[in-house]
Design a protein around this ligand. Structure first.
Ligand code: NDP
Length: 452
C-alpha cells in the first residue's frame, strides 16, 4: 500500500499488505478471542474503553499528525477528531451498561419475559479515509463493549492510521485479538465477508463499495450496516438569519476540506433572500484559507489525486451544462492536490453537482420560489443522509425537517454526528444506525426470553 502525502504529492513509503496466511491467522484469533471476550464482565469492558479514551488523549498530537500526513486533514481538525474519538469512548464506557441491560417487557400474568442483548462474534468494519480515526472509533467503541470482536479493513491510503488504532487498543490493555487490523485491499474483502467466522459487516464509504459488500453479505445472510454518503440539502428560508446561514453554510460545505458524508452539498435558497445569501456566502467561502495542513488553515488538500480529478470533472461537466462559477472552479496551481472553495450558481437541476455526491469544497446554490419548492428540491436525490434548515421560526423549521427525506435534519445548525444521537441514512445513503442506543443494538442478538 502506497502512502502519499496529499499536501505535496510525495511518496511516504510503501506498507506491505497482509497475505492470505496472515488474514487466516487474524480470523482464527478473532474467533477464539470472542469465546472468552464475550464472557468478560461488562464493567471490565467499559473500563478498558475508558483506558482507550486516555490513550487517545495522551497521544493526541501523534495521531493528529499521522492523519494530516496520510490524508491531508488540517492539524487542528485532526486534533478535534482525536478528542471526539475519546468522547465516544467515554460515552459508551458510561452508557453501554444501560443500553445493554435486559429489557423487561412483563407479559403478565404469571410470566417473566425480557429482551437480552448478546454479542454476535467477529464483526468486519470496512472504513474510509476521510475521518480515519473517528469512523473506526464510532464502530469499535460500542461494538467491542457489547462483547463483539472487531476486524478493521481500513482504506488503502491510511495504513498508518490503521496500525495506530490497533495500538490504541493494545496500549489500553485489551486482550490480543479483540481488535485487529487486516491490511488488505478491497479485492480481499469478499473472502473475509464470506468466511463463516465473520458474523456481520459494517461499511462506510461510496455507494459502489456498499453495494458490493451488501451483495456478498446478503448471499451469506449476514447483517450489514451501511453508511454511504449523502447530498445533504442546506435550506435557507425567507425568514432565516442570512448572515448566520452563510457563515455556517461555508463551514458546513468545507469541513474536512469538503470531504464529509454530512457536509452541506446543495444550497437551496428562497428567492426573497437569494441575492443577499449568495453575496454573503461567496464572501465567507472566499475568506477561507487553503494551504499546508500542518499550518493554521481552514482547508487542506483533497486526500488523493484521483479524488481531486473526479471533483474537478464534476465542476467542468456542470459548467458545460450551464452553471456559473462565482468563485474558484480550478485546482490550485501548486504541488499537492488542492482545490479551492468553489461556488456555482444557475446550476441545472440535472447537472453533475446537483445529482451526484460532491466530495470536495464545491457548493451549488439553487434559487427556489417558496417553501414547497425548497422541500421538493431538497428531496430531489436518491441519497438521504442529513440536512439543515434555516428559519427564524422553530416550529416551521421542525415541520420542514419532518418533510425532508433523510436520516438526520438539524434546524439552524449544521449537521453533525454526536455519540448520544443515532446516525445513518435512508435510500442510497444506506441503512442501519450508528451511535447512541440504536447504534450499539445493531450488532447484538436481541434475544427474547420467556419464563413460565
Ligand atoms: P470507497 O468507497 O472506494 O472506499 C471506502 C472503503 O471501502 C475503503 O476501505 C475501500 O478500500 C473499501 N472498498 C472499496 N471498494 C470496495 C469493494 N468493492 N468491496 C469492499 N470494499 C471496498 O471510497 P473512495 O475512497 O474511492 O472515495 C470515492 C467516493 O466515495 C468519494 O468521492 C465519496 O463520494 C464517497 N465516500 C464517502 C464516504 C463517507 O463518509 N460516506 C467516505 C469515503 C468516500 P480501498 O481503500 O482498499 O479501496
Amino acid at each position: 500500500m502506497d502512502r502519499v502525502n496529499p499536501a505535496t504529492g510525495e511518496a511516504l513509503g510503501v506498507v506491505e499488505a497482509d497475505d492470505e496466511a496472515e488474514v487466516e491467522t487474524a480470523l482464527e484469533t478473532a474467533a477464539e478471542t470472542f469465546e472468552t471476550w464475550r464472557d468478560v464482565p461488562l464493567a471490565e469492558r467499559e473500563n478498558l474503553l475508558s483506558n482507550a479514551a486516555d490513550v487517545l488523549r495522551e497521544n493526541e498530537t501523534e495521531y493528529a499528525e499521522l492523519m494530516t500526513e496520510e490524508m491531508g486533514k488540517p492539524l487542528a481538525a485532526a486534533r478535534s477528531e482525536v478528542e471526539k474519538c475519546a468522547w465516544v469512548c467515554d460515552y459508551y464506557a458510561e452508557h453501554a451498561g444501560e443500553h445493554l441491560q435486559d429489557d423487561h417487557i412483563g407479559t403478565e400474568p404469571g410470566v417473566d419475559s425480557f429482551v437480552a442483548y448478546e454479542p454476535l462474534g467477529p464483526i468486519l468494519a470496512v472504513m474510509p479515509w476521510n475521518f480515519p480515526f473517528w469512523q473506526v472509533f464510532r464502530f469499535a467503541a460500542p461494538h467491542l463493549t457489547s462483547g463483539n470482536v472487531g476486524l478493521l479493513k481500513h482504506a488503502s491510503n491510511v495504513p498508518g492510521c490503521a496500525a495506530a488504532i490497533e495500538e490504541v487498543f493494545r496500549e489500553a490493555g485489551y486482550p490480543e485479538g479483540v481488535f485487529q487490523t487486516l491490511l488488505v485491499g478491497s479485492d480481499l474483502v469478499d473472502d473475509v465477508v464470506e468466511d463463516d467466522r465473520v458474523k456481520a459487516v459494517t461499511l462506510t464509504g461510496s455507494e459502489r463499495a456498499g453495494r458490493a459488500v451488501a451483495e456478498t453479505a446478503g448471499a451469506e445472510l449476514k447483517k450489514t450496516v451501511l453508511e454511504l454518503g449523502g447530498s445533504d440539502p442546506f435550506v435557507v428560508l425567507d425568514d432565516a438569519d442570512v448572515e448566520a446561514a452563510a457563515a455556517t453554510g461555508a463551514r458546513a460545505r468545507t469541513i474536512n476540506s469538503g470531504q464529509s458524508c454530512i457536509a452541506a452539498k446543495r444550497f437551496v435558497v428562497h428567492t426573497d433572500v437569494y441575492d443577499e445569501f449568495v453575496e454573503a456566502f461567496v464572501a465567507e467561502m472566499d475568506a477561507l484559507d487553503v494551504g499546508d495542513p500542518t499550518a493554521d488553515v481552514d482547508l487542506g488538500p483533497q486526500a488523493r489525486a484521483d479524488l481531486m480529478d473526479d471533483l474537478h470533472d464534476q465542476v467542468e461537466r456542470s459548467v458545460a451544462a450551464g452553471a456559473h462559477v462565482e468563485l474558484g472552479g480550478e485546482p490550485l496551481d501548486r504541488e499537492g492536490f488542492f482545490y479551492p472553495p468553489t461556488v456555482l450558481t444557475d446550476v441545472p437541476r440535472d447537472s453533475a453537482v446537483a445529482e451526484e455526491e460532491v466530495f470536495g469544497p464545491v457548493a451549488p446554490v439553487f434559487e427556489v420560489a417558496d417553501e414547497a419548492e425548497a422541500i421538493d428540491l431538497a428531496n430531489e436525490t436518491d441519497l438521504g443522509l442529513g440536512g439543515s434548515v434555516w428559519t427564524a421560526d422553530r416550529e416551521r423549521g421542525t415541520r420542514v425537517a419532518r418533510e425532508i427525506e433523510s436520516g438526520t435534519v438539524f434546524v439552524n445548525e449544521l449537521t453533525k454526528s454526536d455519540p448520544r444521537l443515532p446516525f445513518g441514512g435512508v435510500g442510497d445513503s444506506g441503512y442501519g444506525r450508528e451511535l447512541g442506543a440504536m447504534g450499539i443494538h445493531e450488532f447484538v442478538n436481541r434475544k427474547t426470553v420467556w419464563v413460565q
